[in-house]
Design a protein around this ligand. Sequence first.
Ligand code: PRP
Ligand code: URA
Length: 208
Amino acid sequence: MKDLHVSSHSMVQHKLALMRSVTTEPKKFREVVREITGLLLYEATQDLDTNEIQVETPLAVTAARKLAQRIGFVPILRAGIGMVDAALDLIPTAQVWHIGLYRDHRTLLPVEYYNKLPVQPTVDLCLVLDPMLATAGSATATVKVLKDWGASRIKYVGLIAAPEGVERFHAEHPDVPIHVAAVDSHLNEHGYIVPGLGDAGDRQFGTN
Ligand code: PRP
Ligand code: URA
């Protein structure tokens, strides 16, 4: 069974509409990327392992739970940068490992230009952050880098996916769940998601 989670949360869908709109300017777009990422990560982290601990409240000692795993966020540069602050708001103790990839506009293949992973894995769960899963070239390449590194558990969290990207990602990495706000209609001839939101990097950073 495909491990695909498309959020049906009303606030996720409300914020997605703001992001899709061509009239949303970069400042507002960045704010909404941050807000929607927090909601998607809240859902994607609902099954993280916790340990029982004892906590002393002002009234009594009680059982409580504490996150048991070391978490690593892996934003794919550049568009994934906009998702990092929300991720760290949710899990301030997480590590952040950047992977730099850009999609060659002619071939649509990912080109790696930055990788700052340490020699040995230092986390138990990697959450890959990238707004767009189009052909899935960037996401599948990143997950391969993480698996070659020794990552034992990986999840992908994005905003919008194309059906073609979901298909390819599941074929190459069936063990990695996908969490998104929407799966759109299709890719156009330039590899853009339709209806999508355009270029997620350009829309955040005011470039084109
Ligand atoms: C975008 C996006 C993904 C990639 C998705 O990045 O942020 O990384 O495209 O496309 P794919 O699924 O076909 O690989 P882009 O290459 O435009 O780089 P940028 O983030 O630097 O703008
Ligand atoms: N990258 C983007 O930023 N948008 C798309 O629609 C496809 C790839």
